[in-house]
Design a binder for this molecule. Structure first.
Ligand code: SAH
Ligand code: AVI
Length: 317
């Protein structure tokens, strides 16, 4: 389909950002490029893997504590979800929240978002579902619900916050602080530090789905940005960096090779890598300090018995 002028400007800006990342001392590509339609499907597959503990654990925490969560959110809130994907955990909220004013799922993966929103509309016919296709790291406009909300509650599950550097996470929390407004809140999933073996297994699954998810980014860039990556000449790597408390995901080049993105050429040597994702794991104190810098106070933390994951309710100071 032909791009309109506004879409072309976004693509040109993204191309500049991609090229800038590949010119860094360590080549890097933003994890937002994982999510074309196939990438969103692969992520859904990841959530069902036996090694990938975050989704099942977060779902359990939500189910165990939904009455308290619902009473904190209160009635007639507008629920604004950042990086909503398939809105899996959201259904627990939609089933229990009182007279929700609107559900606003925000995601960069357009087709996947619109399909998920349509499914939610069918399951919850009385709900005002207002999907927004946007990169939430850039300014975007929120739609106005039919009914005036009592408060805005931003929902950010999955520990997607961990995919940002600490500075990036703080900036994003500050944006959410703004979206929440005076009486609003942030309900957020935050993955916790634990035995590195458990974490490394989650990102090196035996079925190879995470490897496929990582490599699919190159297919996405080949299709959307005229890149010419040889996908078969890269392999997946995921290692836990204990000092930084994060998984670092890379695409490692199997040979000396060249590739182009847009009109720019790049060389990469055998065993050199492109960084594609961080996934930070937090301590409760470390996350609270970061949230406070963005103007939030941690009102309530729920965890599972093994303290693998947390769901937190943050209010504005
Ligand atoms: N919230 C879901 C999905 C998490 S996967 C869950 O907890 O299971 C991360 C989601 O964030 C994907 O759907 C992806 O498309 C979206 N995403 C990643 N970076 C984004 C960005 N910069 N702007 C908007 N959406 C983004
Ligand atoms: C979306 N995000 C929180 C996932 C994570 O665990 O960091 C993305 C992911 N990457 C590899 N596996 C899952």
């Amino acid at each position: 389909m032909a791009k309109n002028a506004a879409q072309q400007i976004v693509l040109d800006d993204e191309l500049d950002e991609l090229i800038d990342g590949l010119r860094q001392p360590e080549m890097m590509i933003s994890p937002k490029y994982f999510y074309d339609e196939r990438g969103s499907q692969l992520f859904d597959e990841i959530t069902r893997l036996p090694e990938y503990y975050p989704t099942e654990t977060e779902l359990g925490i939500m189910q165990d504590n939904i009455d308290e969560i619902a009473s904190l959110v209160g009635r007639q809130a507008s629920l604004i979800e950042f990086g909503s994907g398939s809105s899996l955990k959201t259904r627990i909220l939609l089933d229990h929240l009182d007279e929700l004013a609107a559900y606003v799922p925000v995601d960069i993966s357009e087709d996947h978002l619109l399909q998920s929103a349509q499914q939610i509309r069918e399951e919850f016919p009385d709900l005002d579902v207002l999907p927004v296709v946007a990169d939430f790291t850039q300014p975007f406009r929120l739609p106005t619900p039919r009914v005036m909300p009592v408060r805005n509650v931003v929902y950010f599950p999955g520990s997607t916050i961990g995919n940002f550097t600490n500075d990036g996470a703080q900036e994003l929390l500050a944006v959410m602080h703004g979206e929440a407004g005076a009486d609003g809140a942030l309900l957020i999933g935050v993955d916790l530090q634990k035995d590195p073996a458990i974490i490394e297994a989650a990102y090196n699954d035996s079925a190879g789905v995470t490897a496929e998810f990582n490599l699919n980014m190159l297919r996405h860039l080949n299709r959307e940005f005229g890149a010419d990556f040889d996908v078969d000449a890269f392999t997946h790597s995921a290692e836990y960096n204990e000092d930084e408390g994060r998984i670092e995901i890379r695409l490692v080049s199997e040979q000396d090779q060249e590739f182009t993105v847009g009109s720019q050429s790049f060389s990469i040597g055998k065993d050199e890598a492109i960084l594609t994702e961080y996934s930070h794991k937090y301590t409760l104190d470390g996350f609270a300090a970061m949230a406070e810098t963005a103007g939030f106070r941690v009102k309530r933390v729920w965890t599972d018995a093994g303290r693998l994951f947390s769901v937190q309710y943050l209010v504005r100071d």
